[in-house]
Design a protein around this ligand. Sequence first.
Ligand code: GLU
Length: 399
Amino acid sequence: MTTASSSPQVFTGRIDRIEVSATMAVAAEAAKLRAQGANLVDFGAGEPHFPTPHHIKDAAIAAIEANFTRYTVVPGIPDVRKAIVERHATDFGSDYSIDEAIFTTGGKLALFNAIQVLVDHGDEVILPVPYWVSFKDIIQYAGGKVVLLETSEAENFRITADAIEKAITPRTKAIILNSPSNPAGSVMSAEDLERIVHLAHERGIFLLLDECYVYLNYAGKPVSGGSFTWAKEHIVVLGSLSKTYAMTGWRAGFALASKSVTANLSKLQSQSTSNATSFVQKAAVAALAGSQECVSEFRAEFIGLRDYMLAKLGEIPGVTCTKPEGAFYVYPNIGAFLGKGGIKTATELATRLLHEAHVVTVPGEAFGTAEHIRISYPVTRQNIDEGTRRMGEFLARLE
Ligand code: GLU
């Protein structure tokens, strides 16, 4: 008997070129175990553990009560586009106009749409390793060719302009930068970023700047590529309210780009999601235009949690870890345990850690490296104590 779902002709080449997002797969597996009664320590999908601040929730509730529940224009109501532009101008000195901003159903959709709009079959896209899980698949979905750029763990996986320059070829269409980065928390120097902007602009290459963690830069003052206004034509800033304002489930993101790129993002969005949720747009205005106190409070808490997590991991023999300078992940090297206890890969290690010690992590293969696991640390200190204790005991048992 043949089943339609197993026939290779049924599904498109593009859907076969991608896999389920590893972070989402880990979250689903964790939910399944939790439903069976497992007491998990969840270091899996990365999201702030704080509730969304009250003034943001109140704005959404007020919008619903006022029946602000109908379609809006596709790229977002003028107020939200204005709030995006003004927040960015205040914080980074950029000069985008309202026509150069689009509000999207999460930062991931802004990225997805930007790649569909800019990357064609055979176009090369430079992607530094380790990379956030979805970059590679989204490029492949568009038919682009991923050009991986290895970085050095000894240098905190930091990307340099020299390395980018060497990876550029006549077929390079775009470069993806994510600083601070997910999963390693590496931060580019402002000088390197500026040199890369020059390189890209001079050669007509698009820079896709995933700035989801721009406010979680612990190395110094946050820097956005969007502040290089002279290169606007080739820069797409991809932003998210998820991490900055603890709004992961709301799906609130945006892009800032030239008028022509923004118009094309809006054209694509008009054929898929249309507008992002109406009352989420009102909440986003409250987030972006309201008090920014929560942003610095979250940032201070994350720095404390990073240091606490690093100290606890440091107590586990055999585990080494770079010190992240931003975002909210640590990316420990577990290479010393591969080959022990029948475990050959980071994926096997993360799977056994989940099933035997009930600790959720994401294996390094999802981010392009073979000897790491990613730990998301926005959790309580008690959870860090318990999770690292379980990890230590599990790893000590491997022979
Ligand atoms: N930043 C989150 C993570 O990497 C996003 C999850 C996702 O959308 O893949 O865990």
